[in-house]
Design a protein around this ligand. Structure first.
Ligand code: ZN
Ligand code: FE
Length: 751
């Protein structure tokens, strides 16, 4: 019997070729009905039999367009309305208060790469080719609903051919808003001094000549400008370091293809899927061979990325290179440059070719970074290909503006039950990043027609985001709520996994302000969305100089020795390295309590151990000493140091043992391994005690320290072996980028 079914699909289903896909599927199967976009996604009504409807749904789930992301799927039978004739795409409808997810930017697809290589195709060698399955999205969208006029492609009128593809349901470009061709779309221009070159073929040739000579090129991408050079050219690697003011932080490397990746790194199946996905992030892989000197010295991993724009493929085709340094164009710490004038001014003194194009970037997005921890994909920097995907919290978030923190900053806005986190904005310690932060808040207001009704920020009075929250609250006369840093870290994970109950949380990070005026960051908490209890924590030690200590691990080494082991028991070589004068100065600061707050931040503990072992005394970038400590650890070593079973988070046994090992000449890589083992064991022991006592078996891991793969892998495994259910963030970073979503979850209301 003919029945009518109403199918609602939510998620990233607009601007990714979903309706034409449904149309083709239904027509092939001989199903009658309609499909249309509405505020909250794609809706389908079909008249068919129950069996056919089921197989239709199955096919949708299996064959959905690569760039789509179905979050929810609801089907119910409805009364038969008028009899449908054939299958049609209906006009978009306004319904309810939901908002459609804006698609993130999508890497160029195989079909488009096929056309661009075909000399008979009208888009042969046209580098701005795109279709409903690929191309820029978020980076060019100014407002909703998503159509061409609402994007930076509004500057380009479609030619006759393009507009007939745009309106042809059987075309891959049906309703592909950025559709264009060589006749009507954007073009590259290469600028060097006063020279201008507009011919794409010649531009490519010049790019390749430049790279082959061992020089660097700046080129405008999807979400900003990138710098490229051969990774085996030490001279150009160093030139990029000098332009960016980046001394030793590793660079990401773009490889020609997966075969090239395999020659330099271990590429597992899951990693390959992530690397080749339409999101096309930088994936951290185990390195087997160096791509060049100065690229990622001292690291066991390499950040690998594959081409995601036609021009990237063409550059590899035309040079013999297998790998290129691929990094954002900016001063270290500033946001990626997105405007042509700014790029030309930035590179004015450098005598390097700058390749611009005339499709404006509206929302800047840097390359995203992911890694694999506990066998699953985890995000470290959430930007191109991921933003602005939303997190459905299951609670009422409407009208909430959450400001996030200070490092790795990102804010979030609340729409219905959804938290929409901004892309990665950066460390708020310079004017450019502040401007970017403010600019994106304005963009999100407009994109989502958002008016804040309530504003949430961190406790810390010194954060720029706190002061801005206070200013917005005063100006708009809206309520301001301040939340504790590690409660917010925990709540972000609760939001991601829909944990609306009491959970345990290991919140380990650098430092966040606690409710007792000291800095926290090695915490075992029990949290609900509304409240938190501090159950156990690492010992609080002096932080000589406050914030500045996070750049100087040697100061933390002195502080831990002083408060835990006793005065002056430094390992051999430490005082000589750091300087007697500095050691005495910091000891004096600690004892006289001069500019010395107290803190239990685990990040500072890693710093101290890294410095004591002689691995890193000064952090050039955030977390350097901790990262180097992880990378030097030889995990074949399975031993650990003893801990105090009754007070697992105390550190005296650990430090005594480290100093003892150093005295008897144990190798640094072995001590580093034992340190990781001990810390994981310590955290597990604390969690198990708390779980029993509080009768809670759900445990959240959060905070930047969990970017440490060795520690996280060990801990996840051992907690699971103890029967605890472990929640480690996947869709949000574990670092401070997730704070905004956590703040929002705390401020949201149960439905
Ligand atoms: Zn395409
Ligand atoms: Fe934090």
């Amino acid at each position: 019997m003919l029945k009518q079914y109403f199918i609602e699909i939510k998620g990233v289903v607009q601007g990714v070729g979903f309706r034409p896909f449904i149309y083709r599927m239904a027509t092939e199967m001989g199903i009658n009905g309609i499909v249309y976009n509405d505020n909250s996604g794609v809706t389908i009504s079909v008249q068919t039999t129950k069996e056919k409807c089921e197989s239709f749904i199955e096919k949708i789930k299996v064959h959905a367009p690569a760039a789509s992301d179905i979050v929810s799927f609801t089907v119910h039978e409805e009364p038969v309305t008028d009899v449908f004739e054939g299958f049609h795409i209906d006009n978009s409808r306004e319904s309810g208060t939901g908002v459609t997810a804006i698609s993130p930017d999508i890497a160029v697809c195989d079909d488009c790469m096929g056309e661009i290589a075909n000399s008979k195709d009208k888009r042969f060698r046209y580098p701005f080719i795109n279709c409903t399955s690929c191309g820029p999205r978020f980076s060019i969208i100014k407002m909703l609903p998503y159509d061409r006029n609402a994007t930076t492609m509004s500057d380009f009128g479609m030619c006759k051919d393009c507009s007939s593809e745009f309106t042809d349901i059987s075309s891959r470009r049906f309703h592909a808003q950025p559709v264009c061709c060589d006749d009507c779309g954007p073009h590259y221009t290469m600028c060097r001094g006063t020279d201008r070159e507009n011919d794409y073929g010649k531009i490519l040739q010049k790019i390749c000549d430049t790279l082959t000579k061992g020089d660097i090129v700046a080129i405008k991408g999807i979400g900003g400008y990138n710098l490229l050079c051969r990774s085996d050219s030490y001279k150009s690697v160093m030139k990029i370091r000098s332009i960016k003011g980046r001394k030793s932080k590793p660079f990401a490397v773009m490889f020609k293809n997966t075969d090239s990746v395999r020659r330099y790194a271990v590429l597992g199946k899951e990693e390959e899927i992530a690397l080749t996905s339409p999101r096309r992030p930088i994936v951290l892989l185990q390195q087997t061979r160096m791509t060049g000197i100065g690229v990622n010295d001292g690291y066991k991993t390499i950040g690998a990325i594959l081409p995601y724009m036609p021009v990237h493929y063409h550059i590899f085709e035309n040079t013999g290179a297998e790998s290129l340094i691929f990094t954002s164009a900016n001063k270290e710490g500033s946001p990626i440059i997105k405007d042509d004038a700014e790029a030309l001014a930035f590179f004015a003194g450098e005598d390097i070719p700058v390749v611009i194009h005339d499709r404006a970037i509206y929302n800047r997005v840097d390359d995203s970074v992911i890694t694999f921890i506990g066998g699953k994909e985890r995000i470290i920097r959430r930007s191109r290909g991921y933003a602005p995907e939303e997190i459905d919290t299951g609670r009422n978030c409407e009208g909430i503006l959450a400001m996030g923190g200070e490092m790795n900053s990102a804010f979030a806005i609340g729409k219905g039950t959804k938290a929409i986190p901004s892309q990665y904005i950066g460390d708020i310690n310079n004017r450019n990043t502040i401007d970017f932060y403010k600019e994106m808040i304005k963009h999100y207001y407009m994109l989502y027609r958002f008016i804040p009704e309530k504003i949430i920020c961190d406790y810390h009075p010194g954060y720029f985001t706190t002061r801005l929250a206070e200013a917005i609250s005063t100006k708009r006369k809206i309520r301001l709520q301040k939340v504790q840093h590690h409660h917010a870290h925990t709540a972000a994970v609760m939001a991601e996994y829909g944990l609306d109950k009491e959970v345990l949380s290991l919140a380990f990070d650098g430092l966040g302000l606690g409710n007792d005026g000291s800095m926290w960051g090695g915490e075992l908490l029990a949290c609900t969305p509304e409240s938190y209890r501090r159950i156990m924590h690492l010992p609080a030690v002096a932080i000589p100089g406050g914030n500045i200590a996070s750049r100087m691990p040697w100061r933390m080494a002195i502080s831990y020795i002083d408060s835990i082991c006793g005065h002056g028991v430094y390992p051999k070589g430490f005082v000589e390295r750091v300087g007697e004068y500095n050691v005495a100065g910091v000891e004096h600061m600690i004892h006289a309590k001069i500019n010395t707050p107290y803190g239990s931040g685990a990040g500072r503990l890693f710093d101290a151990v890294s410095s004591l072992l002689g691995i890193c005394d000064e952090n050039e970038y955030q977390g350097e000493a901790a990262i180097k400590l992880e990378h030097i650890a030889d995990m074949c070593e399975t031993h650990r140091y003893p801990i105090d079973k009754h007070a697992p988070m105390t550190l005296h046994l650990l430090f005594d043992a480290i100093l003892y090992d150093m005295r008897r000449g144990v190798e640094v890589c072995e001590i580093a391994a034992k340190f990781h083992n001990t810390l994981a064991y310590m955290m597990k022991s604390a969690a198990v005690i708390a779980a029993k006592k509080n009768k809670i078996s759900d445990i959240v891991l959060c905070g930047g320290v969990f970017q440490n793969k060795i520690l996280s892998d060990l801990l996840i495994k051992s907690l699971q072996e103890c029967g605890l259910k472990v929640y480690y963030p996947s869709r949000l970073p574990c670092n401070d980028s997730s704070l905004a979503v956590g703040q929002m979850f705390i401020a949201s209301k149960k439905i």
